[in-house]
Design a protein around this ligand. Structure first.
Ligand code: ADP
Ligand code: MG
Length: 391
């Protein structure tokens, strides 16, 4: 139907030089109506639609496009697309140099917008010519793919984590057998030693054996804890007061905090809404985060722990006055085996992230090198738990 309408309009436009005053008036009215209709159609689109000149001047922007790039009518011609989306021009220019203008292919790009809102946008650009001026124009379609992108990234991340976990669990499990064998043989040696006539030598041997047994037990403990820590187990949920859990962990780490000469500044409200959580997993989260904070600080540093809530969520903010994190390391924090410590295993934050995700929450880390680090956790309140992410 639309095609028919257009072609009849085309016919009228074709003999525009022969129209009288009344005819012209009808035509203008008809064009205005047509335009209003197209405006409505374009503004109901979820995709952003833009028409720009080669200089990036915005000829037309529908509502969705204006929202995405933060364009307002009153901004005027000086506000080019290149200004609103820095970096886009450079990215598109490579395309323009290839081949002639009217042969330029359809360009597609994915880019991130930070203003007015952080979004990931896919762009399609089609060049076309205005008939009268001959100046090239470009039609641009913008699709907001933030959620699509995010879930793919999470999927990849989860895959990466599970494969590493599987590998690590396998290695840890394999260590069990030699450890068992060591235990048995140490016991044998011990027994045989007891039968030998007592001498100074035998006494010191017995001491060494005891040390060995102690170390084997310690190794065994490490491995058991490790397996416990990384086994992707769904959280065993119950109503939990997060402040109680934090206080528990702080009590457990009190000696180490004191030995390191660190202060604790807690803002733990007496009453806080409950969340649905696995207490043991939560303890592990706080243990890891506080441990990291301690390891980043020198004597005299301060560990801050703040808990607060709003209608939707419970928030925990763990801050330290430690070394901070290099900008280039920020993106690697949650990757397995990323560590900057001698003797670190680089699994702590990965485990934290996994547990928080399993609880339907979020982890954020901000840091300034030389000043300190802030880790923010967010847990949905009991009544806001919509869906659990599968680990
Ligand atoms: P590990 O503690 O074994 O190194 P994590 O996964 O716990 O492993 O931490 C990974 C890395 O992140 C650390 O090696 C460190 O470089 C950095 N990091 C984590 N928390 C902090 C913090 N509070 N301050 C400074 N750096 C941190
Ligand atoms: Mg750690």
């Amino acid at each position: 139907m639309a095609g028919k309408k257009n072609s009849s309009l085309d016919k009228v436009l074709g003999r525009i030089d022969r129209l009288d005053m009344a005819g012209l008036q009808t035509l203008v009215q008809r064009l205005a109506r047509e335009r209003a209709m197209l405006d409505t159609v374009f503004n109901t689109l979820q995709e952003g639609v833009l028409v720009i000149t080669a200089d990036g001047e915005i000829d037309y922007a529908n509502d969705a496009a204006a929202r995405l790039i933060g364009f307002k009518e009153e901004m005027g011609a000086a506000t080019t697309l290149w200004r609103l989306v820095p970096g886009l021009r450079a990215s598109l220019e490579g395309e323009g140099k290839r081949g002639k203008r009217n042969e330029s292919p359809l360009v597609t790009r994915e880019f991130e917008l930070t203003y007015p809102q952080p979004r990931v946008v896919r762009l399609y650009m089609v060049p076309f010519h205005e008939d009268d001026t001959g100046e090239p124009r470009f039609a641009i379609i913008l699709a907001d793919i933030t959620t699509e992108k995010k879930s793919t990234e999470e999927l990849i991340e989860n895959e990466k984590i599970s494969s590493v976990l599987l590998l690590a669990a396998g290695v840890a499990h394999e260590l069990g057998n030699p450890l068992n064998s060591l235990t048995i043989h140490l016991q044998l040696i011990e027994r045989k030693l007891k039968k030998l006539p007592g001498s100074k030598e035998a006494g010191s041997l017995a001491d060494s054996i005891q040390i060995c047994q102690g170390e084997v037990t310690r190794l065994d403990g490490i491995i058991r804890n490790f397996l416990e820590a990384i086994r992707p187990r769904p959280p065993d949920l119950s109503e939990v007061n997060i402040v109680d859990v934090i206080e528990d962990v702080l009590r457990f780490q009190a000696t180490e905090l004191e030995d390191r000469g660190l202060k604790v500044k807690g803002e733990l409200p007496a009453s806080i809404p409950v969340i649905m959580a696995d207490t043991n997993q939560l303890k592990q989260v706080f243990f890891n985060l506080i441990k990291n904070a301690m390891e980043a600080m020198q004597s005299g540093g301060a560990l801050g722990i703040l808990v607060r809530a709003d209608d939707d969520a419970v928030y925990v903010r763990i801050s330290d006055t430690g070394s901070g994190i290099k900008t280039e390391d920020l993106s690697k924090l949650f990757s397995p085996y990323h560590t900057t410590k001698t003797g670190g295993h680089g699994l702590g934050l990965m485990i934290v992230q996994r547990i928080i995700r399993d609880h339907g929450g979020h982890v954020g880390i901000e840091s300034k090198e030389g000043a300190g680090t802030v880790v923010t956790l967010q847990f949905p309140q009991k009544h806001r738990r919509v869906r659990m992410l599968k680990s």
